[in-house]
Design a protein around this ligand. Structure first.
Ligand code: CTP
Length: 407
């Protein structure tokens, strides 16, 4: 497999300013380092009052710079060199004071000098008291930075250092990490490509309380969305109910039933590059969903079913007329004759690629984090993958689609 994570081999310059959220910056630096990023830190004099450079050096294994380095042995060009080598300058936490200075081109610390000299994208995670954040001065400064292309993340609402609740807390580390991942993927090999991915198991209502559904967790579909985003694709994720975090950058459409999923897919596919139908779509729906809850004392209900629309069949009709989506991928969840059944489904549903998985294995079942699949292409190529994480399976599928798109 040729793809790697968007973090590996990247250089991030982490600017840290005076805020109690500095301790969260150390956690973020540690997570980024573990993901394969080279993280160099610059602390402002106020940040040094909250946290030591040694903390960052310890978690990143890289130097952490402070203002005295500006005039140190390496001379005054330090700020230029640091800014030039970075893939991203991330300032987290970023105080109102540093935001104001950068907005007005003031360069009186190593960090603000570096921000002025940097040629890479700059992401800022404001952290301050709620009153300071809502002050028109800060708001106008942030508007200036937004117009210049800075990526502003947060702040979020919650308890602040003052003990008050308000809008001013630094965005949570996990969310920042996900947005950094997205920022680092921006110019990936799939930028300008639009992928539509369905995920989860549809729910067909029997009455206002009960649904007919299946065991799909949505994990494979969400992993596909993440893997496509990691290569810079624009991703529309059409999801049946799934209890999973939405990958940063995905445009999400939540649906319940097969019919709703069909509508969402048909609206999304014009002009698209790829559709991956990872969702487990119900094959039958009750002809009528009871308007009121079906009561036990009414006796055993007799529920009549009808077929749901076959989404891939409708997609094939659309593709025959328009040529879109360029590549269509289906899944085949089988409990016997895996390859034979999947090949037949690929032909019946006019697919370019089908991903067959044996649902009887506990390691590749619906709720597992791993999957063992065989990828079959309409060209006749068949690849049986070993047991992999669902993200690794997703990377392999995305890679095959990428090859198709480049042909
Ligand atoms: N699929 C679909 N519309 C449906 C049912 C399934 O588009 N109403 C898609 C699934 O998302 C999957 C592929 O068709 O990508 C195969 O789904 P699967 O459930 O394995 O096959 P079915 O066609 O439903 O046939 P069966 O359940 O009888 O094996």
């Amino acid at each position: 497999m040729t793809t790697t994570s968007p973090f590996s081999g990247k250089n991030i310059l982490l600017g840290v300013t005076g805020s109690i959220a500095c301790y969260k910056a150390a956690d973020l630096a540690s997570k980024l380092t573990q993901a394969g990023v080279k993280v160099q830190t610059i602390l402002t004099p106020s940040a040094e009052k909250f946290i030591s450079p040694l903390t960052f050096q310890s978690v990143t294994g890289q130097r952490a710079f402070v203002d005295k380095d500006l005039w140190g042995n390496e001379g005054h060009i330090q700020h230029i060199g640091l800014g030039l080598g970075a893939d991203l300058l991330l300032i987290a936490p970023c105080s109102a004071n540093t935001i104001a200075k950068i907005a007005h081109g003031i360069a009186d610390t190593l960090l603000t000098l570096t921000a002025l000299a940097a040629r890479c994208p700059i992401m800022i995670a404001p952290a301050m008291d709620g009153g300071m954040f809502s002050n028109p001065a800060t708001q106008e400064n942030l508007d200036i930075l937004r117009k210049r292309g800075f990526i502003i993340m947060g702040p979020i609402e919650g308890r602040m250092a003052s003990g008050m609740i308000g809008l001013g807390r630094m965005m949570e580390v996990t969310d920042l990490y996900n947005h950094i991942r997205l920022a680092l993927s921006q110019n990936g090999p799939l930028s300008n490509r639009h992928f539509i991915i369905t995920a989860g198991g549809t729910q067909e209502p029997l009455d206002p309380v009960r649904v007919l559904s299946n065991r799909s967790s949505g994990k494979q579909g969400y992993a596909l969305a993440q893997a496509a985003l990691d290569q810079g694709a624009r991703v529309t994720l059409i999801s049946a109910p799934a209890n999973l975090p939405i990958p940063a950058g995905a445009v999400i459409f939540n649906v319940n039933t097969a019919k709703e999923m069909l509508q969402a897919v048909l609206s999304a596919i014009p002009g698209s590059d790829a559709l991956i139908m990872a969702a487990a779509v119900a094959d039958f729906q009750p002809i009528r969903s009871a308007r009121q809850k079906i009561k036990k004392d009414q006796g055993l209900p007799e529920i009549k079913f009808e077929y749901t629309p076959d989404i891939l069949e409708k997609v094939a009709d659309f593709k025959a007329k328009t040529g879109f989506p360029r590549v269509v991928v289906g899944f085949a969840a089988e409990s016997q004759d895996l390859v034979k059944n999947a090949q037949q489904k690929m032909i019946n549903k006019h697919l370019d690629i089908i991903v067959a998985n044996d649902i009887t294995s506990p390691l590749s079942g619906f709720t597992a984090d791993t999957n063992q699949v065989t990828i079959i292409e309409s060209t006749g190529v068949l690849e049986e993958l070993p047991l992999l994480s669902k993200y690794e399976v997703a990377q392999t599928i995305i890679e095959k689609i990428k090859q198709r798109l480049s042909q």
